[in-house]
Design a protein around this ligand. Sequence first.
Ligand code: PLP
Length: 402
Amino acid sequence: MQLKDVGLTFEDVKKYTEKYMIETYERFPFLAAKAEGMYLYDQDGNAYLDFYGGIAVNSAGSCNKKVVDAVIDQVQDVMHVFNYPYSIPQAVLAKLVCETIGMDKIFFQSSGTESNEAMIKLARKYGTDNFGENKYHIITAKNSFHGRTYGAMSATGQPDNACQLGFKPMLPGFSYAEFNNVDDFAAKVTDDTIAIMLEPIQGEGGVNVATQEFMDGIQQLCKDKGLLLLMDEIQTGWYRTGKAMGYMHYGIKPDIVSMAKAIGGGMPIGAICATEKVASAFTPGSHGTTYGGNPVACAAAIAELKELIDRNLGDNAAEVGAYFMEKLATLPHVKESRGRGLLVAIELDEDRAVDVKHNALDRNLLTTAIGAKIVRMVPPLIATKEDCDKAVEILKASIEAL
Ligand SMILES: Cc1ncc(COP(=O)(O)O)c(C=O)c1O
């Protein structure tokens, strides 16, 4: 839809938005008129180099032609039917996902937070079915982010963040331990604990990478105490960090993994995958969704995943991401650059992340700020070293202009 199609100006759109929408976002000062590959274009045709990718979504590039074609094809056959008839896109996607990451079973959802709800519910059901009614407690990491619905929000270890303030009490059954500290997790295990739930890199928490030692220790702790390991791969999944899933860098295997964002290439879809044993806790009527497994979203996901796999975009993310991080580390006022693949952040030596983000926006580079000091970048995985050079140049000017 373009302004001329509806006879509006950009100012009209802004006015309607401010008057009628419940606004919880700090908007960019332009509208998204077109998106293509590494670029977003505003109402006047200005191009913005996109290093936020709809927050780690548009991995094969915005409006990837194969994804767009798959959507157009599918909307002409079936747009929505609920999960009663068998579905070609669901079956093909289920096989592709399970075989690619070596999992037994999948359940489709529509978003990240919903996928984490499914993951938490499945772990609780498995625990209480097999070990008694109190066996539903889950330990998550401090500073984690798992979503904004009540289960996922309660799993989130950020009690002082706006995402939790005013919504208390959180659901019972969650406790929180220090990320990258196995001893703290071990200390929080009780007879009622069924699972440990983690992101391999805390994305919203500031791009904090789990250490190998931590992941080894957590895997051992789960084995020793008979706990399930739940991995939230919503931001890190589907080659963002170089491998299909972030946990694959560590040689560990979770019992349940949640995914969303990049899997749909821009269409809203999420999922959980689980081992056969754990998945069997979900029985008819115990879980369901109207839109999860929607045929258009599944068709888009098949095309997106094929693009990521066929074009080796995971290898590209690993190589270009390492190059990018090295360059970022040389910028003035950058205390540290960190991340893995193309999930990258710079930590500034002062509380100026929002100012850097704004200065970069003025110079046509799109990034996100996390907290006071961190600027995060999650560009499409098609990003080249030249794109990164451009981003580094703009960030340098943005920091120097502070
Ligand atoms: C690790 C992680 N889990 C869950 C979510 C929630 O996903 P959604 O916004 O699709 O509900 C996010 C979103 O940023 C995330 O990064």
